[in-house]
Write a protein that binds this ligand. Structure first.
Ligand code: THU
Length: 160
């Protein structure tokens, strides 16, 4: 018997102004996208902005549905759009922001497990890491250098 320890490393920024300029702008785009979320049921709005290697920014926000499971998270709306419109163009960074309409979330809110799995697919497909920055409505921001740091033991095509 043997125990395996899995560790991960994240960077924490105290405020959006500490981010590199282009990431600040990306996070501001995510904030704008968040405000357009369609979230009448959860009142929880999420915005995602992807920066592609060609300089394009792709936005996504959560899209809910009266049949709850038919809705989709912001991160997957954005990354599926990138895959549909710019196949073969790498996604270099993703900025994510999330908050409830009922209270202002000030701690970083990470992407859900399903979104991590979806982003992992694109990272493996493009064979280059995707940096992920996530925050609440405002305040601290966390960054992972690769999706792999957020999803150890990822399920991938090697198991098929
Ligand atoms: N949501 C996202 O958009 N991204 C996540 O990573 C977690 C959750 C959305 C789904 C749903 O519309 C609302 O937030 C509450 O779960």
């Amino acid at each position: 018997m043997q125990e395996i320890k899995i560790t991960t490393t994240l960077t924490c920024y105290d405020h959006i102004e500490e981010l590199p300029q282009k990431i600040q702008e990306l996070m501001e785009s995510a904030v704008k996208a968040r405000k357009n979320a369609y979230a009448p049921y959860s009142k929880f709005r999420v915005g995602a902005a992807l920066l592609l290697e060609n300089g394009k920014v792709i936005l996504g926000n959560n899209q809910e549905n009266a049949a709850y499971p038919s809705g989709l998270c912001a991160e997957r709306v954005a990354i599926f759009h990138a895959g549909a419109e710019y196949p073969g163009v790498a996604v270099n960074q993703i900025a994510i922001t999330a908050t409830s309409d009922n209270h202002i979330n000030k701690t970083p809110i990470p992407p859900c497990g399903s979104c991590r799995q979806s982003i992992a697919e694109y990272e493996m497909r493009q064979e280059s890491p995707i940096e992920i920055y996530f925050m609440g409505a405002e305040g601290k921001i966390m960054k992972s250098n690769s999706l792999k740091d957020l999803l150890p033991l990822v399920f991938d095509k090697s198991y098929l």
